[in-house]
Design a protein around this ligand. Structure first.
Ligand code: HEM
Length: 129
């Protein structure tokens, strides 16, 4: 447990960097910029997201959690899936600018729900007391 505070700090730093990187690229895509989809940016942000996933997985091993026994963690991973799918639509796959805008907002909603789920340890954070 000695490493828990440092690991949680690292996790939260990676969350901040990942979300900031996504917002920056999404806003640039909406303004018609090409750089967000260039190789360097794609590789850099994928590496950051891999580290984020690894830090989350390390926390869950350290705390002895299991996504089935701790439903909040399972639900958090479902929101992660939503973040990945909506993020990909927002940056590239949605065919229209309106679609990209909507997908970006949906991706950010998934992030907010992930944070709320983690903070409340509740699969439905809006109903946590
Ligand atoms: C954008 C993605 C993510 C966001 C916004 C996020 C948000 C957070 C926040 C705010 C906390 C701190 C909770 C607290 O202070 O008690 C946290 C902790 C945690 N996160 Fe994440 N996280 C993300 C990704 C992940 C992933 C991918 C995993 C699993 C693979 C994960 C697993 C955990 C675990 C196990 C904890 C520790 C909870 C505790 O201390 O009780 N997270 N996360």
């Amino acid at each position: 447990m000695d490493h828990y505070p440092a690991l949680k700090h690292l996790h939260l730093t990676l969350v901040t960097l990942s979300v900031a990187g996504f917002v920056l690229r999404w806003l640039a895509v909406l303004r018609g910029a090409a750089w967000p989809l260039q190789r360097g940016w794609r590789i850099g942000t994928a590496a950051l997201d891999t580290l984020l996933l690894a830090s989350g997985a390390a926390l869950w091993v350290l705390l002895g959690l299991h996504p089935v026994h701790q439903p909040w963690l399972g639900v958090k991973l479902l929101w992660l899936l939503g973040y990945i799918v909506c993020g990909s639509l927002a940056l590239k796959r949605a065919p229209t600018p309106g679609g990209k805008r909507l997908a970006g907002l949906a991706a950010l909603s998934c992030v907010a729900l992930m944070a709320a789920t983690a903070l409340t340890h509740h699969p439905m954070p809006w109903s946590a007391s």
